[in-house]
Design a binder for this molecule. Structure first.
Ligand code: DLL
Length: 432
Protein backbone atom coordinates (compact mmCIF):
# COMPACT_ATOMS: atom_id res chain seq x y z
CA UNK A 1 0.00 0.00 0.00
CA UNK A 2 1.17 3.51 -0.68
CA UNK A 3 -0.32 4.94 2.50
CA UNK A 4 -1.17 2.00 4.79
CA UNK A 5 -2.15 4.21 7.70
CA UNK A 6 -4.88 6.01 5.73
CA UNK A 7 -5.88 3.08 3.54
CA UNK A 8 -6.60 0.82 6.53
CA UNK A 9 -7.86 3.52 8.88
CA UNK A 10 -10.49 2.52 11.45
CA UNK A 11 -14.00 3.53 10.29
CA UNK A 12 -14.66 5.82 13.28
CA UNK A 13 -11.39 7.70 12.72
CA UNK A 14 -12.24 8.00 9.04
CA UNK A 15 -15.63 9.42 9.99
CA UNK A 16 -13.98 12.07 12.19
CA UNK A 17 -11.79 13.18 9.29
CA UNK A 18 -14.76 13.22 6.91
CA UNK A 19 -16.86 15.32 9.26
CA UNK A 20 -14.11 17.85 9.93
CA UNK A 21 -13.32 18.16 6.23
CA UNK A 22 -16.97 18.44 5.25
CA UNK A 23 -17.54 21.29 7.69
CA UNK A 24 -14.52 23.15 6.33
CA UNK A 25 -15.73 22.60 2.75
CA UNK A 26 -19.24 23.86 3.51
CA UNK A 27 -17.73 26.96 5.17
CA UNK A 28 -15.53 27.54 2.14
CA UNK A 29 -18.46 27.23 -0.24
CA UNK A 30 -20.63 29.52 1.87
CA UNK A 31 -17.92 32.18 2.12
CA UNK A 32 -16.36 32.00 -1.34
CA UNK A 33 -18.89 30.63 -3.85
CA UNK A 34 -21.81 33.10 -3.97
CA UNK A 35 -23.74 30.82 -6.27
CA UNK A 36 -23.70 27.91 -3.80
CA UNK A 37 -24.41 30.20 -0.85
CA UNK A 38 -27.53 31.32 -2.66
CA UNK A 39 -28.51 27.70 -3.33
CA UNK A 40 -28.09 26.92 0.38
CA UNK A 41 -30.12 29.97 1.35
CA UNK A 42 -32.88 28.91 -1.03
CA UNK A 43 -32.87 25.51 0.69
CA UNK A 44 -33.19 27.34 4.03
CA UNK A 45 -29.89 26.15 5.48
CA UNK A 46 -26.56 27.60 6.58
CA UNK A 47 -23.26 26.01 7.67
CA UNK A 48 -24.63 25.92 11.23
CA UNK A 49 -27.05 23.16 10.12
CA UNK A 50 -24.27 20.83 8.96
CA UNK A 51 -22.52 18.80 11.66
CA UNK A 52 -21.55 15.57 9.94
CA UNK A 53 -21.75 13.63 6.67
CA UNK A 54 -25.16 12.40 7.83
CA UNK A 55 -26.41 15.94 7.17
CA UNK A 56 -25.36 15.80 3.52
CA UNK A 57 -28.89 15.10 2.23
CA UNK A 58 -29.88 18.56 3.49
CA UNK A 59 -27.49 20.18 1.03
CA UNK A 60 -28.44 20.95 -2.57
CA UNK A 61 -26.94 18.96 -5.44
CA UNK A 62 -24.53 20.45 -7.93
CA UNK A 63 -24.93 19.37 -11.56
CA UNK A 64 -23.04 19.79 -14.80
CA UNK A 65 -25.56 22.50 -15.72
CA UNK A 66 -24.41 24.54 -12.72
CA UNK A 67 -20.85 24.29 -13.99
CA UNK A 68 -21.96 25.47 -17.39
CA UNK A 69 -23.80 28.44 -15.95
CA UNK A 70 -20.88 29.38 -13.71
CA UNK A 71 -18.29 28.97 -16.51
CA UNK A 72 -15.42 29.62 -16.25
CA UNK A 73 -14.60 30.78 -12.70
CA UNK A 74 -17.92 30.97 -10.84
CA UNK A 75 -17.25 27.80 -8.85
CA UNK A 76 -13.80 28.79 -7.56
CA UNK A 77 -13.35 28.33 -3.82
CA UNK A 78 -10.21 30.49 -3.65
CA UNK A 79 -8.96 33.70 -5.31
CA UNK A 80 -7.71 32.96 -8.81
CA UNK A 81 -4.09 33.68 -7.97
CA UNK A 82 -4.03 30.54 -5.83
CA UNK A 83 -4.89 28.36 -8.82
CA UNK A 84 -1.87 26.57 -10.29
CA UNK A 85 -3.51 24.29 -12.90
CA UNK A 86 -6.62 24.19 -15.06
CA UNK A 87 -8.01 21.13 -16.88
CA UNK A 88 -11.20 20.83 -18.88
CA UNK A 89 -13.55 18.01 -19.73
CA UNK A 90 -13.91 16.58 -23.19
CA UNK A 91 -17.45 17.94 -23.70
CA UNK A 92 -18.37 17.61 -27.35
CA UNK A 93 -20.80 20.52 -27.51
CA UNK A 94 -20.65 24.02 -26.09
CA UNK A 95 -18.23 25.15 -23.44
CA UNK A 96 -16.10 22.59 -21.63
CA UNK A 97 -16.35 21.96 -17.90
CA UNK A 98 -13.37 23.58 -16.26
CA UNK A 99 -11.53 22.15 -13.24
CA UNK A 100 -9.14 24.40 -11.30
CA UNK A 101 -6.55 23.20 -8.77
CA UNK A 102 -4.53 24.82 -6.01
CA UNK A 103 -1.11 23.43 -5.14
CA UNK A 104 -2.69 21.43 -2.29
CA UNK A 105 -5.28 20.02 -4.73
CA UNK A 106 -2.54 18.77 -7.05
CA UNK A 107 -0.81 17.19 -4.07
CA UNK A 108 -4.03 15.47 -2.88
CA UNK A 109 -4.76 14.26 -6.42
CA UNK A 110 -1.27 12.75 -6.66
CA UNK A 111 -1.74 11.09 -3.25
CA UNK A 112 -4.99 9.43 -4.40
CA UNK A 113 -3.38 8.38 -7.69
CA UNK A 114 -0.37 6.90 -5.88
CA UNK A 115 -2.72 4.87 -3.68
CA UNK A 116 -4.34 3.54 -6.87
CA UNK A 117 -0.97 2.47 -8.23
CA UNK A 118 -0.27 0.83 -4.87
CA UNK A 119 -3.51 -1.13 -5.30
CA UNK A 120 -1.87 -2.81 -8.28
CA UNK A 121 1.28 -3.59 -6.31
CA UNK A 122 3.09 -0.53 -7.68
CA UNK A 123 6.09 0.87 -5.80
CA UNK A 124 9.14 3.08 -6.30
CA UNK A 125 11.01 0.40 -8.23
CA UNK A 126 8.43 0.31 -11.03
CA UNK A 127 8.66 1.70 -14.55
CA UNK A 128 5.33 3.29 -15.37
CA UNK A 129 4.13 4.07 -18.88
CA UNK A 130 1.39 6.69 -19.03
CA UNK A 131 -0.53 6.14 -22.25
CA UNK A 132 -3.52 8.29 -21.37
CA UNK A 133 -3.63 11.49 -23.38
CA UNK A 134 -1.77 14.49 -21.92
CA UNK A 135 -3.41 17.89 -22.20
CA UNK A 136 -6.72 19.26 -21.02
CA UNK A 137 -7.83 15.66 -20.41
CA UNK A 138 -6.93 14.72 -16.84
CA UNK A 139 -5.79 11.15 -17.60
CA UNK A 140 -2.19 11.82 -18.65
CA UNK A 141 -1.07 14.47 -16.17
CA UNK A 142 -3.13 12.98 -13.35
CA UNK A 143 -1.44 9.59 -13.60
CA UNK A 144 1.91 11.23 -14.28
CA UNK A 145 1.90 13.03 -10.93
CA UNK A 146 0.59 9.87 -9.26
CA UNK A 147 3.54 7.91 -10.62
CA UNK A 148 6.06 10.52 -9.50
CA UNK A 149 4.47 10.63 -6.05
CA UNK A 150 4.90 6.86 -5.86
CA UNK A 151 8.53 7.31 -6.86
CA UNK A 152 8.22 5.18 -9.99
CA UNK A 153 10.09 6.02 -13.20
CA UNK A 154 7.35 7.69 -15.23
CA UNK A 155 7.36 7.56 -19.06
CA UNK A 156 4.98 10.20 -20.44
CA UNK A 157 4.24 8.60 -23.81
CA UNK A 158 0.67 9.95 -23.96
CA UNK A 159 -1.67 8.11 -26.34
CA UNK A 160 -0.80 7.40 -29.97
CA UNK A 161 2.23 6.34 -31.98
CA UNK A 162 1.58 2.80 -30.83
CA UNK A 163 4.67 1.24 -32.41
CA UNK A 164 6.90 3.58 -30.43
CA UNK A 165 4.92 2.84 -27.28
CA UNK A 166 5.70 -0.83 -27.82
CA UNK A 167 9.37 -0.18 -28.46
CA UNK A 168 9.68 1.79 -25.21
CA UNK A 169 7.68 -0.79 -23.33
CA UNK A 170 10.19 -3.44 -24.40
CA UNK A 171 13.39 -1.41 -24.13
CA UNK A 172 12.68 0.30 -20.80
CA UNK A 173 11.25 -2.72 -19.01
CA UNK A 174 7.83 -1.22 -18.30
CA UNK A 175 6.08 -2.88 -15.34
CA UNK A 176 2.99 -0.66 -14.97
CA UNK A 177 0.81 0.63 -17.79
CA UNK A 178 -2.17 2.95 -17.86
CA UNK A 179 -4.52 3.89 -20.72
CA UNK A 180 -8.14 3.42 -21.73
CA UNK A 181 -9.12 -0.26 -22.00
CA UNK A 182 -9.90 0.22 -25.69
CA UNK A 183 -6.43 1.64 -26.32
CA UNK A 184 -4.90 -1.29 -24.42
CA UNK A 185 -6.55 -3.59 -26.92
CA UNK A 186 -5.19 -1.52 -29.75
CA UNK A 187 -1.66 -1.78 -28.33
CA UNK A 188 -2.16 -5.56 -28.19
CA UNK A 189 -3.35 -5.68 -31.82
CA UNK A 190 -0.35 -3.71 -33.04
CA UNK A 191 1.99 -5.94 -31.02
CA UNK A 192 0.47 -8.98 -32.62
CA UNK A 193 0.86 -7.47 -36.08
CA UNK A 194 4.52 -6.69 -35.37
CA UNK A 195 5.14 -10.16 -33.92
CA UNK A 196 5.99 -8.77 -30.46
CA UNK A 197 5.48 -11.28 -27.65
CA UNK A 198 3.86 -9.20 -24.92
CA UNK A 199 4.08 -12.12 -22.53
CA UNK A 200 7.84 -11.82 -22.55
CA UNK A 201 7.56 -8.35 -20.92
CA UNK A 202 7.84 -7.70 -17.16
CA UNK A 203 4.43 -6.00 -16.99
CA UNK A 204 2.54 -6.60 -13.76
CA UNK A 205 -0.44 -4.27 -13.55
CA UNK A 206 -2.53 -2.04 -15.81
CA UNK A 207 -4.72 0.85 -14.69
CA UNK A 208 -7.57 1.10 -17.14
CA UNK A 209 -10.47 3.50 -17.02
CA UNK A 210 -12.01 6.73 -18.36
CA UNK A 211 -14.66 4.69 -20.21
CA UNK A 212 -17.05 1.88 -19.32
CA UNK A 213 -15.69 -1.65 -19.75
CA UNK A 214 -16.66 -5.10 -18.61
CA UNK A 215 -15.21 -8.17 -16.94
CA UNK A 216 -15.33 -9.89 -20.33
CA UNK A 217 -13.11 -7.10 -21.70
CA UNK A 218 -10.83 -7.53 -18.69
CA UNK A 219 -10.30 -11.17 -19.63
CA UNK A 220 -9.33 -10.19 -23.19
CA UNK A 221 -6.78 -7.68 -21.89
CA UNK A 222 -5.37 -10.11 -19.34
CA UNK A 223 -4.94 -12.73 -22.05
CA UNK A 224 -3.16 -10.27 -24.30
CA UNK A 225 -0.82 -8.83 -21.63
CA UNK A 226 0.92 -10.53 -18.70
CA UNK A 227 -0.70 -8.16 -16.18
CA UNK A 228 -3.59 -7.73 -13.76
CA UNK A 229 -6.05 -5.38 -15.45
CA UNK A 230 -7.50 -3.04 -12.82
CA UNK A 231 -10.33 -0.55 -13.04
CA UNK A 232 -9.69 3.11 -12.22
CA UNK A 233 -12.48 5.67 -11.93
CA UNK A 234 -12.53 9.43 -11.87
CA UNK A 235 -13.84 12.52 -13.59
CA UNK A 236 -12.58 15.99 -14.40
CA UNK A 237 -14.90 17.84 -12.04
CA UNK A 238 -13.84 15.65 -9.08
CA UNK A 239 -10.11 16.06 -9.93
CA UNK A 240 -9.45 13.38 -12.58
CA UNK A 241 -8.38 9.73 -12.41
CA UNK A 242 -8.00 8.26 -8.93
CA UNK A 243 -11.33 8.82 -7.16
CA UNK A 244 -11.75 5.06 -6.81
CA UNK A 245 -9.68 2.04 -7.73
CA UNK A 246 -9.74 -1.73 -7.69
CA UNK A 247 -7.35 -3.68 -5.53
CA UNK A 248 -5.93 -7.03 -6.61
CA UNK A 249 -9.14 -8.72 -5.42
CA UNK A 250 -10.77 -7.25 -8.55
CA UNK A 251 -14.06 -6.98 -6.74
CA UNK A 252 -15.20 -3.36 -6.67
CA UNK A 253 -13.36 -0.04 -6.54
CA UNK A 254 -12.24 1.45 -3.20
CA UNK A 255 -13.33 5.09 -3.03
CA UNK A 256 -10.69 7.19 -1.24
CA UNK A 257 -13.20 8.24 1.34
CA UNK A 258 -11.01 10.71 3.18
CA UNK A 259 -11.18 12.80 -0.02
CA UNK A 260 -14.43 11.73 -1.70
CA UNK A 261 -17.69 10.95 0.09
CA UNK A 262 -19.95 8.76 -2.08
CA UNK A 263 -23.74 8.61 -2.00
CA UNK A 264 -26.10 6.73 -4.30
CA UNK A 265 -29.38 8.37 -5.22
CA UNK A 266 -32.41 7.51 -7.26
CA UNK A 267 -31.71 9.50 -10.44
CA UNK A 268 -35.40 10.32 -10.91
CA UNK A 269 -36.32 11.47 -7.41
CA UNK A 270 -32.92 12.49 -6.00
CA UNK A 271 -33.63 10.41 -2.85
CA UNK A 272 -30.61 8.69 -1.24
CA UNK A 273 -30.54 4.90 -1.65
CA UNK A 274 -29.07 2.41 0.86
CA UNK A 275 -25.75 0.66 0.27
CA UNK A 276 -26.17 -2.24 -2.14
CA UNK A 277 -28.77 -0.56 -4.28
CA UNK A 278 -27.92 0.66 -7.77
CA UNK A 279 -28.44 4.29 -8.69
CA UNK A 280 -26.60 7.48 -9.60
CA UNK A 281 -23.31 8.18 -7.88
CA UNK A 282 -23.16 11.53 -6.09
CA UNK A 283 -19.79 12.65 -4.74
CA UNK A 284 -18.80 15.29 -2.22
CA UNK A 285 -15.16 16.34 -2.42
CA UNK A 286 -14.00 16.65 1.15
CA UNK A 287 -10.72 18.47 0.71
CA UNK A 288 -10.80 20.38 -2.53
CA UNK A 289 -9.82 24.05 -2.39
CA UNK A 290 -9.74 25.30 -5.98
CA UNK A 291 -13.16 24.01 -6.89
CA UNK A 292 -14.88 22.58 -3.85
CA UNK A 293 -17.79 20.36 -4.78
CA UNK A 294 -20.72 19.28 -2.66
CA UNK A 295 -23.07 16.51 -3.75
CA UNK A 296 -22.00 16.48 -7.37
CA UNK A 297 -24.30 14.41 -9.55
CA UNK A 298 -21.89 12.35 -11.65
CA UNK A 299 -24.62 10.68 -13.78
CA UNK A 300 -22.61 7.46 -13.43
CA UNK A 301 -24.56 4.37 -12.48
CA UNK A 302 -23.19 2.07 -9.79
CA UNK A 303 -23.86 0.85 -6.23
CA UNK A 304 -21.91 0.98 -2.99
CA UNK A 305 -20.93 -2.54 -1.94
CA UNK A 306 -22.21 -3.05 1.62
CA UNK A 307 -19.59 -3.34 4.37
CA UNK A 308 -15.97 -2.34 4.65
CA UNK A 309 -14.34 -5.76 4.73
CA UNK A 310 -12.04 -6.43 1.84
CA UNK A 311 -9.41 -9.18 1.98
CA UNK A 312 -6.82 -6.57 0.92
CA UNK A 313 -7.22 -4.85 4.31
CA UNK A 314 -8.33 -1.47 2.98
CA UNK A 315 -11.27 -0.06 4.91
CA UNK A 316 -12.53 2.43 2.33
CA UNK A 317 -15.89 1.42 0.90
CA UNK A 318 -16.11 0.04 -2.62
CA UNK A 319 -18.36 0.87 -5.53
CA UNK A 320 -19.24 -1.73 -8.16
CA UNK A 321 -17.78 -1.48 -11.66
CA UNK A 322 -19.44 1.49 -13.35
CA UNK A 323 -22.43 0.40 -15.37
CA UNK A 324 -22.55 3.39 -17.71
CA UNK A 325 -23.98 6.87 -17.46
CA UNK A 326 -27.61 7.86 -17.09
CA UNK A 327 -27.16 9.80 -20.30
CA UNK A 328 -25.56 6.82 -22.14
CA UNK A 329 -28.50 4.60 -21.44
CA UNK A 330 -30.35 3.83 -24.64
CA UNK A 331 -34.09 3.50 -24.57
CA UNK A 332 -34.95 1.19 -27.42
CA UNK A 333 -38.61 0.47 -27.99
CA UNK A 334 -39.16 1.41 -24.37
CA UNK A 335 -36.49 -0.93 -23.01
CA UNK A 336 -33.50 0.46 -21.12
CA UNK A 337 -30.23 -0.83 -22.54
CA UNK A 338 -26.70 0.03 -21.43
CA UNK A 339 -24.00 -0.39 -24.07
CA UNK A 340 -21.97 -2.24 -21.41
CA UNK A 341 -24.65 -4.98 -21.33
CA UNK A 342 -24.20 -5.45 -25.06
CA UNK A 343 -20.42 -5.57 -24.72
CA UNK A 344 -20.69 -8.15 -21.99
CA UNK A 345 -22.66 -10.51 -24.23
CA UNK A 346 -20.69 -9.93 -27.42
CA UNK A 347 -17.19 -10.49 -26.29
CA UNK A 348 -17.89 -13.68 -24.40
CA UNK A 349 -18.71 -15.32 -27.74
CA UNK A 350 -15.93 -17.30 -29.45
CA UNK A 351 -14.81 -15.84 -32.74
CA UNK A 352 -15.87 -12.30 -31.77
CA UNK A 353 -13.30 -9.51 -31.23
CA UNK A 354 -13.83 -6.81 -28.59
CA UNK A 355 -14.62 -4.14 -31.17
CA UNK A 356 -18.17 -3.18 -32.00
CA UNK A 357 -20.32 -0.23 -32.98
CA UNK A 358 -23.97 0.18 -32.04
CA UNK A 359 -26.12 2.30 -34.34
CA UNK A 360 -29.61 3.20 -33.22
CA UNK A 361 -32.12 4.70 -35.62
CA UNK A 362 -35.85 5.09 -35.99
CA UNK A 363 -37.92 3.90 -38.94
CA UNK A 364 -41.42 5.29 -38.75
CA UNK A 365 -42.21 4.92 -35.08
CA UNK A 366 -40.00 1.94 -34.51
CA UNK A 367 -36.51 2.08 -33.01
CA UNK A 368 -33.96 -0.05 -34.78
CA UNK A 369 -30.57 -1.19 -33.56
CA UNK A 370 -27.73 -2.43 -35.70
CA UNK A 371 -24.54 -3.78 -34.18
CA UNK A 372 -21.41 -4.10 -36.26
CA UNK A 373 -19.14 -6.67 -34.67
CA UNK A 374 -15.59 -7.47 -35.65
CA UNK A 375 -14.87 -11.18 -35.87
CA UNK A 376 -11.56 -12.99 -35.89
CA UNK A 377 -9.68 -13.59 -39.14
CA UNK A 378 -10.48 -17.24 -38.82
CA UNK A 379 -14.24 -16.72 -38.46
CA UNK A 380 -14.24 -14.21 -41.27
CA UNK A 381 -12.69 -16.59 -43.77
CA UNK A 382 -15.10 -19.29 -42.65
CA UNK A 383 -17.76 -20.47 -45.09
CA UNK A 384 -21.01 -18.54 -45.31
CA UNK A 385 -22.92 -21.08 -43.24
CA UNK A 386 -20.47 -20.72 -40.36
CA UNK A 387 -20.76 -16.94 -40.47
CA UNK A 388 -24.53 -17.10 -40.54
CA UNK A 389 -24.53 -19.45 -37.58
CA UNK A 390 -22.25 -17.06 -35.66
CA UNK A 391 -24.47 -14.11 -36.51
CA UNK A 392 -27.61 -15.94 -35.39
CA UNK A 393 -25.91 -17.07 -32.21
CA UNK A 394 -24.93 -13.46 -31.36
CA UNK A 395 -28.44 -12.21 -32.13
CA UNK A 396 -30.09 -14.87 -29.97
CA UNK A 397 -27.75 -14.40 -27.00
CA UNK A 398 -28.21 -10.63 -27.14
CA UNK A 399 -31.96 -10.88 -27.34
CA UNK A 400 -32.07 -13.15 -24.31
CA UNK A 401 -30.22 -10.53 -22.24
CA UNK A 402 -31.44 -7.16 -23.49
CA UNK A 403 -34.84 -8.45 -24.71
CA UNK A 404 -34.90 -6.25 -27.82
CA UNK A 405 -33.74 -7.59 -31.17
CA UNK A 406 -30.76 -6.16 -33.05
CA UNK A 407 -29.50 -6.57 -36.59
CA UNK A 408 -26.02 -8.06 -36.35
CA UNK A 409 -23.48 -7.26 -39.05
CA UNK A 410 -20.21 -9.19 -38.88
CA UNK A 411 -17.24 -7.22 -40.14
CA UNK A 412 -13.56 -7.94 -40.79
CA UNK A 413 -10.95 -7.58 -38.06
CA UNK A 414 -9.56 -4.03 -37.91
CA UNK A 415 -12.39 -2.54 -39.96
CA UNK A 416 -14.01 -0.41 -37.25
CA UNK A 417 -12.39 2.91 -36.39
CA UNK A 418 -9.95 2.90 -33.45
CA UNK A 419 -9.37 5.89 -31.19
CA UNK A 420 -6.57 6.82 -28.83
CA UNK A 421 -8.74 7.78 -25.89
CA UNK A 422 -12.35 7.04 -25.06
CA UNK A 423 -13.89 4.60 -27.56
CA UNK A 424 -17.01 5.66 -29.41
CA UNK A 425 -19.33 2.66 -29.23
CA UNK A 426 -22.73 4.19 -29.95
CA UNK A 427 -24.17 6.28 -32.76
CA UNK A 428 -27.72 7.40 -32.12
CA UNK A 429 -29.29 8.74 -35.30
CA UNK A 430 -32.74 9.23 -33.81
CA UNK A 431 -33.96 12.77 -33.51
CA UNK A 432 -35.52 12.45 -30.09
O1 DLL B 1 -12.18 10.14 -17.72
C1 DLL B 1 -10.87 10.82 -15.82
C2 DLL B 1 -10.13 9.53 -15.88
C3 DLL B 1 -8.94 9.46 -16.59
C4 DLL B 1 -10.60 8.42 -15.21
C5 DLL B 1 -8.24 8.27 -16.63
C6 DLL B 1 -9.91 7.24 -15.23
C7 DLL B 1 -8.73 7.16 -15.94
P1 DLL B 1 -13.67 12.73 -17.77
O2 DLL B 1 -13.07 12.86 -19.13
O3 DLL B 1 -14.22 13.94 -17.12
O4 DLL B 1 -12.60 12.18 -16.77
O5 DLL B 1 -14.78 11.62 -17.87
C8 DLL B 1 -15.45 11.19 -16.72
O6 DLL B 1 -15.74 8.98 -17.67
O7 DLL B 1 -18.15 10.32 -15.41
C9 DLL B 1 -17.51 8.14 -16.36
O8 DLL B 1 -18.71 8.25 -17.11
C10 DLL B 1 -16.38 7.78 -17.29
N1 DLL B 1 -15.42 6.93 -16.58
C11 DLL B 1 -14.26 7.28 -16.00
N2 DLL B 1 -13.66 6.20 -15.45
C12 DLL B 1 -14.48 5.14 -15.69
C13 DLL B 1 -14.43 3.76 -15.38
C14 DLL B 1 -11.94 10.98 -16.87
N3 DLL B 1 -13.42 3.21 -14.73
C15 DLL B 1 -16.42 10.09 -17.07
N4 DLL B 1 -15.49 2.98 -15.78
C16 DLL B 1 -17.08 9.51 -15.86
C17 DLL B 1 -16.53 3.51 -16.45
C18 DLL B 1 -15.61 5.61 -16.40
N5 DLL B 1 -16.62 4.80 -16.78
Amino acid sequence: MFNPEMETIAPDKLREIQNARLLATVERMWNNVPYYRQRMQEAGISPADIHSVEDLPKLPFITKKDFREQYPYGMLGVPRDQIVRIHASSGTTGKPTVAAYTRADIEAWAECGARCLGCGGGNASDVFQVSYGYGLFTGGLGMHYAGEKLGAAVIPTSAGNTEKQLMLMQDLGVTLLCCTPSYALQIAEVAQRLGIDLHALPLKAGFFGAEPWTDAMRRHIEQAFPLKALDIYGMTELSGPGVAHECLEQNGLHVWEDYFYPEIIDPDTGEPLPDGQQGELVVTCLAKEGMPLIRYRTRDITRILPGRDCPCGRTHRRIARLRGRTDDMLIIRGVNVFPSQIEDVLIRIDGVLPNYLITVDRQGNLDTMEIKVEVTEQSFTDHIKGLEALRDDIAAKLKSVITVGARIVLVEPNSLARGLGKAKRVVDLRKL
